[in-house]
Every structure is written in C-alpha cells, then in structure tokens.
Ligand binder design. Structure first.
Ligand code: PEP
Ligand code: MG
Length: 766
C-alpha cells in the first residue's frame, strides 16, 4: 500500500491541472483498493453543494452535473460531520438518497472520507462496492491518507488561480487567468502599502523559479537559445570524452541519449516553438522541461522515470548559459517596481535601484526573516510567506501590496488602486509630521528620558539613522557586509567598513555584534547545510570554532575605533558561561596584540545578547561577567515559543506579545538591574510603539530599533507619561492571550491620542 500511496502522491504533484489530479486519483484508488467505484465530490463555494467532479465506476455523464447539499445523502453527511463514514449497506442508511443518473443503486458498501484543508472541508472522497461489507481499518487509513494529500493540492490550485474554485465561473480578468482584485495572503513583512508592477527575481539556474516574460525580440531570443544549446552540447561531449576510459560502452551511450534529447525534434524544437509563440527563451525552456519532467515522472518504468532527472539537469545547464548572456544586458525595472522572489534574500534587496523599488514580496519566509528585517529598516513595504502566489506568472502585472496585513492584490481594479493611493498619501503626511521630532528628546510627559538607538547593517542605514535623530547604534549586524562579498573580507577591508559606522556616530556609542551567521543568514562562500539551522551552528558557536575569523573581526573593530572610543562589542546566541569566557579571552588577546603592535587601543565594553532561553536564566550571572545585556527578542521569541521565525506556516503562532514572552522580557530587565548593568533590547519588538512603551515600563535602559520606526516610537514616548506606560504594563501582564494583548495595546494607543502610530484603516480587512 505504501508504494501505491507514494506513486499516487508523486503523480498528483506532477499533474498539470486539477482535473487530471482528480481523474488520476480516482483511477489509482479504484485499482489499488479493488473497488467498483471511486468518486470525488468538491464543495462549490457559491452554491454550497457537493458537486461530483471525478468518478471511476459511476456514470461519467453525471460528472459536473450531479450535486448534493450538505444535508443530502451520505456524502453530505460526511462533509457535515467532517469525519469518515463506513457503511456495510449505504442504501439502508437514513441519509441515503438515490441519485438516478449516476447508476449507483447497484452498490452497497460505502466508505466516504472528508477532504479537509486547514480545518475546512473542501470535498468528499468516496469508494463503493457491490457486496455488503465494511471496509477494514487499513482501507480506511489508506483513503484518509490519500485525502489529506489531495486536500493540499486542491487548496493550492484554487488559491493560485490555476483552477477556478469549483463553481466559480466569474470572468477571468485581465491576465494569466488571474481575476481582477485577486487576493493572496501572506504575513506582514514591513509596514506600508505600495502600488506598482512586478519584477520577478530569479536565482541563478533555478529552473522552477524562472518567470514567464514576453520575448521583446523573438529572433534575438532564438539566437540566445541556440548559443546556449550549442554550449551545453559541447559540455556534454567534453564530459563524455573525459570519462571515455572509465565507463562501459552502455554507460557511455547515455551521453548520446543526452545529445539526442537536445536535438531539434526533441527539446530544442519545442523550446523554439514556444519562443516563437512569444515567451522569452528562459520561460520557454522552463515550460518544455516541466512538460517532459511531468511525462517521465508519471511513467511506471523506473528507468524512464529517472530520465526526468536528466531532463531537469539539461534544463539547468541551458538555463545557466542563458542567464550568463542575459546578465550582461541592462535590466529595465518598472518605475514602481515590486520585487517578487521565491525566497527573498538580504542580497536581493540591492538588486533594484532605490528610487524605483516600492515593495517586496517573498513566497517563503516570514516577517522575522532577515530579509524582512532589512526591508523594515529601508522602509520598503513587504509581504512575506505568500505560499500560494503563482509568482512565475506575475511578471509585469499590476499589484498592490499591503505590508500591514500581509495581503497582496493581483490585477487590482482602479477603485482599489485609488483607495490604496489615498492611504499612501496619508502615510506620507504622517511621516512628514514625524520628521519635525528629529531634534526633540524622547521624553515622556512626566519627564522620563528614554534613549532611542538604531539597528544598522546596510551602508545607507547610517545616514538614515542620523537623519532620524538616533542616539547610538544598539546593534550593528556585521554579517550584512560579509554577505555581499565573494570571500571573507580582510582585516583592512573590515576596518574600513566599521570605521564608517564608528566615525559617523562618534561620540555616540556603536554596538558591533560579532559575526552572526547560520540560521537564515548564509554566506555564499561559507555554506552551512543543516537540517535544523536555527538549532545548529549559529552565531558565537561558529566564531568560537573559527578563532581566526573571530580574531580578525575583533582586531578590525578595535583598530577602527581608534580615536573615537565609542565601540561596544556584543556576542550573539550565547548559551553558556564558557562561551562568554572564551570570547572575552579572545577579545583580550586581540587588545593585547594590538597594544604590542604599538596601537592605542583599549578593551571596549563587552556585552551579550540574550536570545536563547537558557541565557534568560543566567542573565544575572552573565551580568556580573560583562558590561551590558541586550535582548534579541526576535530569536528569543522563536526559541521560547518553538516557532521558526522563517516558516510562513507557523507565522501566526509567532507572537511577540505572548504572555510568556512578556514575562521573560520583564524578568531579564529585573535580573540585569539587580547587578546594576545596562539592559537594552534590539529585537523588532522595540520598533513597535506599543511594545516600546511596555519595554520602557519594564525598565529597559535603551531601545534599539530600525531607523524607520524611530520617529513613531519617539512620538509614542513623547505622547505618554511613564505612569501611563506602567499602568499599561500592569494591565497587560495580567492578560492571558497574545491577540487580546495586541488588540488592547492598539486601542490604548488610540485612546491616548496616538492612533496615527498604529496601522491605518485598510480596504479589504478592516
Ligand atoms: C534578535 O534575534 O532579536 C536580533 C536582534 O538578532 P537577529 O534578528 O539579527 O537574529
Ligand atoms: Mg538574533
């Protein structure tokens, strides 16, 4: 059974459309379970009836015609109860109704299981047999398993518009089968709204991620394709020649198969046809490779199934040559570009000129991914984790993105565009009002002064931060400049980069975090492949294993700070005391070395980040050992709640206002204060006006945030008294539910007259 199941899953995922998926499923199940009938009924979202969508065994003419309401028939009952019903003789069940046109009167045994996706019944999967018998447990389990697989495929197909939801035959709008105002949900990445046109960013040689784009010059596209093809033919011949001595002749023949696959009457001819039909070479190649892979994958013969891998490999090779030839040409970005990527990485943010980039969308990741954090700091509205977005079909389309709620609208109507443009105008007015705060202190109405620092990483952050009145840098993410290079920067190179930050901010303090790679921050030249990267080799664990990297970095920091004396060094992802001791010893060694070299350097203040739950309970001991404590609430939240900060499926569970998170944050502040050590926070929570008020009341000495949110946070602090913030904290600490706390904060801010600091009223959701 397991083999049959695997095969069904494999075929279903390779099927081109929902109709084929359903037909294939009923055929395979009927054969595997030796039943006379297998049928699928899907719930029509408009008529709210279960429509027979595919069958093997019932009258094929009744497909798309026969339907049942949820209160009709045993099928309706399965849907209503959302649980399997297994009957020896369905015809004697009180709910049974006889559907004449199907010819089902001959069947007695009945097993129906609901098709459920994210708690919603999408349809019912049924098997029937002549004889009177109950299906056994194994059969029931098998059908439930297939149904669970099917549910994901149906939901995805409906969401992406690759099929219309059942019964929804509304107009198909302006393009690619995606109707007007089509909404897709992801999670909020960076606040703000944007109206613009899509530019799809593709990864090198990532065939699946290649978008469709219109061919601007068909002849030129054909030429580029033929050149790429010739290059790949050459490569295959070369490999074949090199391996000639080591392979048997039948193995050697495989290369001839490769060459034949590339011939005009195979892959090459088909790609050329699609280019002539108007797709650019890369898109045409993806279409043809997809078709072949699908055909090979569904074959019974294991040898032929393997050919899918060969085709994919050839496709990638051709693609990489095509990409080489494209990258030399100038890319033209729309004036209001919304950059869409399958997996938005920090390095992609620099792809589009700043004056043209108005929004970002990522199919994977979540609001706490590093790409989203950087987008917030750049002030670019961003939506993450739009898992159902058919991104390869969106090139050049009009879209609206709503970075507050995590929604995007494809092919928006003029009315919707105008509504969002109005919000944009209001936002610009609020931002202009906040600019006047630049030189005013972050001081509450009862005179409490709250230092506001910034998190930096990008070169442009420095200027932006100073413009917004930042009083120091609470977190400089040193890994960001490491990410945009081809190898580890030298001590001299690092010195230059760090000095720019230290100099621009002097005499204000600059907190430089030592390299924090791993998790979702990888360096192209230092790949770390792990099954659980967030629980793996990250942050200080990497640098302590590589003292040569750590020492060079610390030396560069110390040298860069000469003459400014505003450097603070911060250690990420600390779990145990020995890590702190070892890191401090390395820093002392670097200081000593430099002093011996005749440089005028001193040991800077050293601090640790509390991001791992174990560190929370050692805060007081760490505080005795180091000069300051800084909380990384992004990671701390993910580790406390056991919610991957990058995974859109659980993004709804990532709750910075979870009562446990608030308790822990309060505890850390109290513990650090017992040792009279400064305690700051540099996670995203400090950037939320409501969160900032709570943290101030908890006793945090410094709030560090992305520069973009600093004016809002300052405005919230200037509009509140410490007494009010304390009362807010006391009330919130008695509440049990993260959503209720969030909601309470928003309404409290509004009643304090700070409503303009929460998100605006948006069409579609509010
Ligand atoms: C954090 O984890 O809160 C933090 C500030 O570090 P990063 O987001 O870079 O992991
Ligand atoms: Mg962190």
């Amino acid at each position: 059974m397991l083999n049959v199941l695997r095969k069904i899953v494999q075929e279903v995922s390779a099927a081109p459309d929902l109709e084929s998926v359903l037909d294939l499923t009923v055929r395979r199940i009927q054969r595997a379970m030796h039943t006379q009938v297998c049928s699928i009924y899907l719930l029509d979202t408009i008529s709210q009836r279960y429509v027979l969508m595919a069958t093997q065994g019932l009258n094929p003419e009744s497909v798309g015609v026969v339907s049942l309401s949820p209160t009709e028939g045993v099928v309706g009952l399965v849907g209503q109860r959302a649980e399997p019903i297994n009957l020896e003789d369905a015809s004697v069940h009180p709910s049974y109704i006889y559907l004449q046109s199907t010819g089902e009167e001959r069947y007695h045994a009945f097993l129906g299981v609901p098709i459920i996706h994210q708690g919603e019944v999408l349809g019912v999967l049924v098997v029937q047999q002549f004889e009177r018998r109950r299906f056994d447990e194994a059969e029931e389990a098998f059908l439930i398993t297939v149904s669970a697989q099917l549910a994901g495929v149906i939901a995805h197909a409906e969401a992406t518009g690759s099929i219309q939801p059942v019964g929804n035959h509304a107009g198909t709008g302006t393009g690619a089968g995606i109707p007007e105002d089509r909404q897709f949900s992801g999670v909020a990445g960076a606040p703000g709204v944007a109206v613009g046109q899509v530019f799809v960013a593709s990864l090198p040689a990532d065939l699946e991620g290649v978008p469709d784009k219109p061919a601007r010059n068909i002849e030129a596209e054909l030429d580029r394709f033929n050149t790429a093809l010739e290059a790949v033919r050459g490569e295959v011949r070369e490999v074949s020649r090199m391996l000639a001595q080591r392979l048997r002749s039948d193995e050697q023949a495989l290369f001839d198969v490769y060459i034949r696959m590339l011939e005009d009457n195979a892959l090459a001819g088909q790609v050329a046809e699609r280019i002539q039909a108007g797709n650019w070479a890369q898109g045409a190649l993806r279409e043809v490779v997809d078709d072949h892979v699908r055909q090979f994958s569904s074959m019974d013969d294991p040898y032929l199934r393997e050919r899918a891998t060969d085709i994919r490999d050839l496709g990638r090779r051709i693609l990489s040559h095509l990409q080489e030839s494209t990258s030399s040409g100038e890319v033209e970005y729309p004036d209001s570009t919304i950059l869409v990527a399958d997996d938005l990485s920090p390095t992609m943010l620099g792809l589009v000129p700043e004056d043209k980039l108005v929004g970002l969308v990522s199919v994977s990741g979540s609001g706490n991914s590093h790409a989203a954090i950087l987008a917030r700091s750049m002030g670019i509205p961003t939506v993450m984790g739009v898992v159902d977005l058919p991104f390869t079909r969106l090139e050049g389309r009009d879209v609206i993105i709503d970075g507050y709620t995590g929604r995007i609208y494809v092919n928006p109507s003029d009315d919707l565009k105008n509504a969002f443009r109005e919000i944009l105008r209001e936002e610009q007015m609020i931002a202009a009002g906040l600019e006047t705060l630049r030189d005013l202190p972050a001081q509450t109405t009862d005179g409490y002064r709250m230092p506001l620092w910034v998190n930096t990483g990008l070169v442009s952050d420095v200027e932006r931060s100073l413009e917004r009145g930042a009083e120091g840098i609470g977190l400089y993410r040193t890994e960001i400049p490491f990410m945009t290079r081809d190898f580890f920067p030298s001590e001299q190179e690092q010195l230059k980069i760090y000095r720019r930050q230290l100099e621009a901010f002097a005499p204000r303090p600059v907190t430089m975090r030592t390299l924090d790679i791993g998790g979702d921050k990888s360096l192209p030249y230092f790949p770390i492949e792990e099954e659980n990267p967030f629980l793996g080799w990250r942050g200080i664990r990497v640098t302590l294993d590589h003292p040569e990297i750590f020492l060079v970095q610390v030396r560069a920091m110390l040298r860069a700070a000469q003459g400014f004396n505003n450097l603070r060094i911060m250690l990420p992802m600390v779990t145990s005391m020995n890590e702190v001791e070892e890191a401090c010893a390395q820093i002392d060694r670097a200081v000593q070395e430099l002093q011996e070299e005749g440089l005028d350097v001193e040991r800077p203040p050293i601090g640790i980040m509390v991001e791992v739950p174990a560190a929370v309970y050692l805060t007081r001991r760490f505080a005795r050992k180091v000069d300051f404590i800084s909380v990384g609430s992004n990671d701390l939240t993910q580790y406390l709640l056991a919610v991957d900060r990058n995974n859109p499926r659980v993004a709804g569970l990532y709750a910075p206002y979870h009562p446990a998170v608030l308790k822990v944050l309060h505890f850390i502040a109290q513990e650090a204060r017992k040792e009279h050590k400064s305690v700051s926070i540099c996670g995203e929570m400090a950037a939320d006006p409501g969160g900032a008020l709570l943290l101030m009341a908890m006793g945090y000495d410094v709030l560090s945030m992305n520069s973009n949110n600093l004016p809002k946070v300052k405005s919230a602090i200037r509009g509140t008294s410490l007494a009010q913030a304390n009362a807010l904290l006391q009330r919130v600490m008695r509440m049990d539910d993260a959503d209720a706390i969030h909601h309470y904060l928003r309404t409290s801010l509004k009643s304090m007259g700070l409503g303009n600091l929460t998100r605006p009223v948006l069409p579609g959701r509010d």
